[in-house]
Structures are given as C-alpha cells and as structure tokens.
Design a protein around this ligand. Structure first.
Ligand code: GLC
Length: 447
C-alpha cells in the first residue's frame, strides 16, 4: 500500500488504535509484522488493492528525518517502477539504537524472511553476518560495483571475506561551532580540547552563550561514540590491536574520560544535563543559539540552516573534533547500511530495491534532504550538494578516516559494558575504578 493510503487508514482508525500503531515503540509496531499494513489487518480493515503483478517486499529501517522521510523515498521507488512494491516498516530513531537492534534481532532470528530488506547500524554487521542472517551480496554487486564506494565503507560491510551489507550512508562525529561567537571572542577554531575549553569558558563568561560545549553523555550507544572519539584523540583505544583484550583502562583512556567529566565538574563548559542527553536533546539548545560548541553527526547542519527550526542560520561552522596535545583528531565511524534477509523469499526484488536505494541519485537525495553523507565519492562532486551542505566535501577525509567502534560479533554485549562503565565514571568521577571494572567485563566478552 502506498504510504498515503496507509496514512489515511491510520487517520481513520479509532483514536486508541491509531495511538497504539503510531506511538508504541518500534518493537511493538515491528511485532505487528508489516507495520501499518499488518496493523490495518489486525484492526479488521481491508488491505487496499494492489497491482497483482508486483512482488511484495518489506523494508525495515530506523527512522531518519529531515526535509523528507524514508517513507517518501520508498514511495518514490514504488512509483519509479512497476515490478516491486515495498512496504516500509518504521523503527525508532537511531538514537534508540538498542531498541532498533532488538527489534531486528527478534525478526531476523525467526528466519521467516520478514523483513526482506533492512538497514543496520555499522556496528551490527559482524553480528548479523556471523549469525547467518544477512544474505551475502558479492554475486549481485561485483568488484567493479564495489569500487564505486569508499573502500572503508566496503570494508565495514564485509565480514568473513564476504560482502554482507551494501553501503548506505557514512556518519562521523564532528564539531559544530558558532562562527560569530568565536570571532567575537577573538578565538580560532579549536584544534585541541584545551583550546576548546578555553574558548568555551570565555564565551560563556561574556554572557553570549549559556553553554560552552554540548555532547552526549546518556547511557546509550552514542556515549560509546563520544568516548571512542576522545579516547582515540589521545592515542588510546577500547580493544588491543588483536581485538582480544580490553584496554579501556589505560592511562590515555582515563585522561580522555576525565576530560569529559571535567567539562561538567571543573571547567563547567557543559551542563550536567548532558549526562541524560543523546543527539536531539543536545542539538536543540545549540540550534536555539544557546551554545558555542556541539559534538554531533552531520544531520545537524541542515537543521541549523533551516529558518523554521534554527536561530543560528549562517552562523554555524563545522570542523573536525579537537584532540589532546600530541594526539590526532578522531571521529567515530557511524552510519547505517543495507542488508538483505538471508531467509527472504524474494531475493531478486530485494536486490532491485537495494540497487535503487544505494544508487548515486538516491544517495544524493538523502544527502540533500536528510543531511546524511554519501558512501560514493562521486556524489561529493555534485554542485548542489556543495552549495547546500558545503561541509560534507570539506570534511570528506573526516568521514573516510573515521575510527570504528570494536568490530566483533559480540558487539551487542561489548557496547553495554562500555555504556555502563563510562556512564558510571562520568556520574561518580571514579574514572579509573569504573574503567577498570568495565575493562574486565569487556575482556571476558571478547577474550
Ligand atoms: C548515528 C550513527 C550510528 C550510531 C548512532 C548512535 O545514527 O550513524 O552509527 O550508532 O548515531 O546514536
């Protein structure tokens, strides 16, 4: 069914029912099977007629938004051809990473073939491939086709020597700063964390911004990203080079996490609220004009430039994140990639859809409308992209050189250990003690 039709159905449902369908978390919505369509059936509504000849497939993805939604893009595919019809199942936003992961695992583990196509955070690729849930794609996307993508994203989509995912977009952490406030303070764009803390404190003191630096300290996936960035910017890492032991408690990591703790408790450039904020709660005060700096993902730029949403249009610059003296700037590698369910009954239709979704045209559309960065180098040369999202090309090397989180089929356990350990360190200030304990847990998981 087209989403317009499904929207109409949702609008016509009794209030309690439509609330259940739209407000319940993705897990519940997902368990309904095929999203709105299955929901409509569950409430005794007729399934609208559809061209008989089309192959029906389902596509599940975390919810991304901007000037368009994923549903709009899926509709464009449905309208662009007449062989395949895709029903989109919307999962929670990527900031609710643990819930999205759980919803997918529940479905994929049942091996029923639903959803046929899904998107996966880059950190789940090893787990899904290792469990045999993701269809190997090498026979459909050969070496020449793979060369059209950044080698790093193809590497991230490859597990056990097989391509088990197809690149969608690449994300990396970056520093958003207020050009006007820095200029007013006579400060340059900070390259080290010390420079950032000094400029942030000065701007706060001048009364021009309430907050100096906003980041994400909530016990959630994004905290792992923020932690990887500060740790790697001090030359540290979560796992040893062979991946068999945790090194989250070495001096470099302790100094890095201590820096985050100090932003709240010593330099006071960050409010204690960051400890409960993920992406959007930290983004809002920044685009409302209340902060000098923000660490976040690329989607923020489009919002900052949107007059309806932002008090800081044309005032925001984007730069690589700062580093410790002697270290190098580091961005956490993020992004979602496409996968095909190994149990799909419609591999050809799934591949046709994937080919369209991952094409240069669709990647450009996503970049312009949702502010997410292409995984195809060619798309960065597009003039419209250069005009609307200039930072993407400028920071291309930040995207391509981003630091991965631990690559392991046990990532789902590793991340929980990092999240709780770093969170406790930030709340209690017992940084060494908490990182020691977390590191023991990590070593047990990966060892
Ligand atoms: C972004 C990234 C993803 C990461 C998530 C954490 O969506 O693309 O990789 O896990 O943020 O919130």
């Amino acid at each position: 069914m087209s989403d317009k039709k499904s929207d109409t159905i949702l609008n016509n449902l009794p209030k309690s029912a439509s609330k259940l369908l739209t407000v319940e978390t993705g897990r519940r919505q997902f368990l309904l099977g095929a999203g709105a369509s299955a929901g409509a059936l569950a409430f005794g509504l007729p399934r609208p007629a559809r061209a008989q000849s089309r192959t029906e497939i389902t596509f599940a993805s975390a919810k991304f938004f901007g000037k368009e939604t994923i549903s709009d893009v899926v509709n464009a595919y449905n309208e662009a051809q007449s062989k395949v019809h895709v029903t989109y199942v919307e999962l929670p936003p990527p900031s609710a990473s643990t819930e999205v992961h759980q919803a997918l695992v529940q479905q994929l583990a049942r091996r029923t073939g639903t959803p046929d196509v899904f998107t996966q955070d880059v950190v789940w690729i090893a787990e899904f491939a290792g469990a045999g849930w993701a269809l190997p794609l090498d026979q459909y996307f050969n070496a020449d086709t793979q060369k059209q993508y950044f080698p790093g994203t193809i590497a991230a989509c490859t597990y056990g020597g097989k391509l088990t995912a197809l690149p969608w977009f690449v994300d990396s952490g970056m520093l958003f700063y207020r050009k006007d406030l820095l200029e007013g303070a006579g400060a340059k764009v900070p390259e080290t964390w010390d420079e950032l803390a000094t400029a942030a404190a000065e701007i706060q003191k001048s009364g021009k911004a309430k907050f100096g630096y906003l980041w994400q300290g909530k016990q959630a996936e994004v905290l792992v990203c923020d932690a990887v960035e500060v740790i790697a910017s001090n030359g540290g890492s979560i796992l040893s080079p062979d991946g068999k032991t945790g090194i989250l408690n070495d001096a470099k990591s302790i100094e890095a996490i201590q820096f985050l703790y100090d932003t709240i408790n010593k330099t006071k450039i960050s409010p204690a609220d960051v400890l409960s904020w993920d992406e959007e709660p930290s983004r809002r005060p920044f685009t409302a004009g209340q902060s000098a700096f923000l660490r976040n993902w690329s989607y923020v730029y489009g919002i900052a430039q949107d007059k309806k949403e932002s008090q800081v249009v044309d005032k925001v610059g984007v730069a690589p994140l700062p580093h410790f003296a002697g270290g190098k700037s580091s961005a956490c590698l993020g992004g979602y990639q496409y996968g095909v369910n190994a149990a799909t009954k419609n591999p050809e239709a799934a591949i046709d859809f994937l080919t369209w979704m991952s094409s240069a045209e669709t990647q450009l559309r996503y970049a312009l409308q949702l502010g997410i960065a292409p995984t195809r180098p060619d798309v960065y040369e597009d003039a419209k992209l250069g005009a609307e999202q200039p930072f993407m090309k400028q920071l291309k090397s930040v995207f391509t050189g981003a630091t991965p989180r631990p690559v392991t089929p046990t990532y789902a356990q590793v991340t929980l250990a990092i999240q709780s350990g770093v969170s406790r360190a930030l709340v209690t200030g017992k940084v060494k003690e908490e990182l020691d304990a977390a590191n023991d847990r990590i070593t047990k998981i990966v060892g």
